[in-house]
Ligand binder design. Sequence first.
Ligand code: TZP
Ligand code: MG
Length: 215
Amino acid sequence: MNRWSWSDFQLYVITGENYHPGRSMLEVMEQAIIGGADIVQLRAKDTPKEELLAQAFALRELTDRYHVPLIINDHLDVAIAVQADGVHLGQEDLPLAEARRILGPAAIIGISTHSIEQAIEAEAGGADYIGVGPVFPTGTKPGRQAVTTEYVRSAAERVKIPWVAIGGITLSNVDEVIAAGAARICAVSAIVGSDNVADACRAFREKINQQQISQ
Ligand code: TZP
Ligand code: MG
């Protein structure tokens, strides 16, 4: 694993347990990596802990094989157990400082942010990267108001650490997100819910490959 270069990622793919009936999480994520996902996150809000842990071990094995960083959503204990590269935490999860104390300086800690104030706070608190979103309304995070490309623009101007645009991003609207300044894109449904996951990733990559990463 090239841990020193993890932040060069451009296509971040998160698991979405309800978007691929009949296909396993592992086969879907392998296709995502083959298509160009360069960081992945295990996010499975509806999965019992025991099953989540088994999935995390399996995904760790897969991501190790492809030299792709693995981030675990919410569960620090699972991240530690499977030796994931880091965790992703929301505004209502364990505070960043506590997570850092538990995981240590080498862990990647990502924070969801919904405003530039939250972004600045996460940056000052030592987050390794932040999520900026949801840019558009999304069924993957129901009830969360869209931040629009306005926040993407502010992030492009003000955030110094790596940041990734997320939420409702599809091949039809990703150009708008890129035009607002995003160099890294994260998606769930538009990728894991597509018939050809690898091709979906290739199509996203084609659009974002030309973007310069300045953070
Ligand atoms: N955090 C902000 S929006 C979101 C998360 C996890 C959901 C992204 O899923 P989708 O399907 O790409 O809109
Ligand atoms: Mg969370």
